[in-house]
Structures are given as C-alpha cells and as structure tokens.
Ligand binder design. Sequence first.
Ligand code: UDP
Length: 323
Amino acid sequence: MKILITGGAGFIGSNLTRRLLKEKHVVTVIDDLSTGSMENIKDFKENKHFHFELGSILDIDILEKVIKPVDLVFHLAAAVGVEYIINNPLKSIEINVQGTENVLKLSHKYKKKVILASTSEVYGKNGNDTLSENDDRILGSTTISRWSYSNTKALDEFLALAYYHEKKLPVVIFRLFNTTGPGQVGDYGMVVPRFVKQALLEKPLTVYGSGDQTRCFTHIYDVINALLPLMTNEKCLGEIFNIGNPQEVSINALAEAVMRKADSSSQIIRHSYDEVMGKNFEDMKRRVPNIDKIKKFTGWSPTLSLDNIIDDVIKYNKETLRF
Ligand code: UDP
C-alpha cells in the first residue's frame, strides 16, 4: 500500500514508518518537526520507498499534495506531552482541531481510509479499575489547560465518527495509553525516558506530586503490532480501540525500579505540581486500559512487561548517549 503518516517523524510515527517499510509498503511522512526530529527518520533516507515532506497539517496545499496519491492515512500528527501542551496551549488546540479537520476533509475528498490516533487522556479523571472504550469521560475546569488536550482529541474522535456515519469515510480510531520505549525523549513530560536519563547521570529522579499516582506503560513494539491489523481488518471500521498494557505501576515504584535496574545511586526528589506545572494543574490518579475489545477484534495483546521496557530504554540510552 501507499501510506501517509502525519507526524511520522515523531517517536511513534517513526517506529511505524520503520515497520511499514519493512513490510514493503511505500511510506510518505509529513511532519513539521515541532516535536519530531530528522534524527528519528534518518535511517530511511536512502530507502526509495520512503518520502519525507517537511510541512504542517495546517497547510492545506501541502496536505492535499501528500494525501492525493496514497491509499491510506495514519493520522498521528498532534501536540503531544503534557508539558508541551501546557506550555503551548493555543498551538496545541489549533493543530489538534484544525489539523485533524484538514486531514479528514481531504481524506474524504480523495476517498482515503484514515486511521486516527487518539489518547487515553480522553477519559480524563475517570479512575475506574479499567477503562473501556464506551466509558464516561470525567474532566476538570476549562481554566486547567491540561483538559484542553482531552477535549481536542475527543473532538477529533467525534469528527472522525461523523465522517464515518454521514459520509461513509472509512475510519478507525485508536486510543493510546502511555507509550514508551527506546528512542523516546523526555523533553515533553514522558516519565520513563526522563527517569532513565536522570538515573544514568546519577541525578535526582524528579517525582511529581506524591508519586502514588499510577500509570500503565506499553512498549512501542507492542503498540506498532497493535496498529497493523487496524489497516486491513474490515470489522474495525467505525470502531474505537484502547491500546495499552494493563500492568499498573505507581510513579514511586517506577522510580525505584529504574534506579535498581540502572544500578544508580541517585536520590528521589519530590516536586509539587505547582512547582513544575504552575498553579492550574491537575493530574489523574490512575489510568488503566481495558483491552478486551482489541483482543476480540484482532487477537492483539501486549507481550512486553514494564521490566522489558525499562531494560530496553536503559540499553538504548547507554548505547546512543542521547542525554
Ligand atoms: N512525572 C513525574 N516526573 C517527571 C515526569 C512525569 O513524576 O519527571 C509523572 C507525571 O506527573 C504523571 C506521570 O509521571 O503523573 C506520567 O507522566 P507522563 O508525562 O509520562 O505522561 P501522562 O500520563 O501525564 O500523560
């Protein structure tokens, strides 16, 4: 297939690109390099099945040029990382709302299938034991800019579903829970690469809040394996899927595990959310995926544990000295 990946120079997009090229697809990436990097895609430059377009999904002309010739669009371009979103609220809303509208409009014009990336942030503060696709969204005040991310991605989902139902545009939506692994940078939040870098440098590990909040981390390799069947499985059209690993860990326990595995004698240093995120910040206590639906539709389930993730991120950072 000829596939366009918006945001293909990001952490997830570049891993998806690598895999799709390996499977002999022809891949075009459009990326404005706001959070992605040329470093992520440098390995593919010589591959004749790979094309890179430097540009924004806010630019209709460039977007039209890259959407027209492909068979399928993976729409991954979005503002990512809690810290990025808090520091760039306007740009984040614009890219997530206007950008996705552009992608869907043009995909409809040229009749292209769209696989849309969404996020577990849409569930907001819902702290249920597990979160299923149809569960309620629980959000805070509009004065807390973190929640704008949840709302913009939810609006993306509404738009995609409206195109599916009203215009018969083939769409599939997936919600990623915390995705991490080798190659991810800790510049925009992203606690795992950040803790690993701090531990390897023997610097204090920065735990925000009490550290009792929990997250579920999925290895990027598992995530890529989950995405492939969504391209071809007809049953998935018009559906939303959680992609995540239900293994839950507190941020305190994560810090300790990273220090142990990195053989680090760093200390843990605690910061209040106020200190690092400013006054108007709210975190969620937990976010655990229910993955029954994707299992049922595609047979996918995660294979790599948190231990595997930490080991791989430590190994990668030691090898590349990307810190
Ligand atoms: N976090 C932390 N120290 C850091 C970065 C993040 O304690 O240096 C916490 C953050 O407050 C959150 C969790 O780790 O509770 C996961 O943060 P991340 O930014 O990786 O993803 P999120 O789940 O917030 O989207």
